[in-house]
Ligand binder design. Structure first.
Ligand SMILES: [Zn+2]
Ligand SMILES: [Zn+2]
Ligand SMILES: [Zn+2]
Length: 150
């Protein structure tokens, strides 16, 4: 994602276009990997004057609330973020080894889950679903091409 694309997304959502928001979006949009607030801050702080970690947290929260970025939930309970250009309703497969996030082309929530709610007289308004695991590249041992980034 470049700055122009970031600008277009913010304008479409009627959010103020600020250099800090654009840097955060470009940072997250540069690779299909999830990052923590700390990691985003380390990557952008040399490029943006006077940006502190609390500011990065606030921007990430704002962008997540607006649906620009997605929160990624992992067992370590830390908060991670991922920027996906796909604006349709869909879900993600997250590799816990190399941090790659893949789009699952369509909604993978089966009717069974919705039936349970309907049978009890309830109503589903939205759902969040994230599949964690180890991707094919990380599952295949290959000499000299360790997939781990950290
Ligand atoms: Zn992987
Ligand atoms: Zn996606
Ligand atoms: Zn779904």
């Amino acid at each position: 994602m470049n700055k122009e694309q970031g600008r277009a997304i913010l304008q479409r959502l009627k959010m103020k276009v600020t250099p800090k928001r654009l840097e955060v979006m470009c940072c997250l949009g540069s690779e299909p990997l999830y990052l923590s607030a700390d990691e985003v801050w380390h990557r952008i702080r040399d490029r943006v004057a006077s940006v502190g970690l609390p500011t990065v947290y606030r921007i990430l929260d704002e962008l997540a609330e607006a649906g620009v970025i997605t929160r990624i939930f992992l067992a370590d309970r830390k908060q991670y973020y991922f920027l996906c250009a796909n604006q349709e309703h869909h879900h993600h497969f997250v590799c816990e080894s190399c941090r790659r996030v893949e789009d699952l082309g369509q909604c993978v929530l089966g009717d069974g889950a919705l039936d349970v709610v309907q049978r009890s007289g309830g109503r589903v308004t939205s759902h969040i679903l994230q599949i964690n695991g180890v991707c094919g590249t990380c599952s295949t041992p290959r000499e000299g091409t360790a997939c781990r980034t950290k």
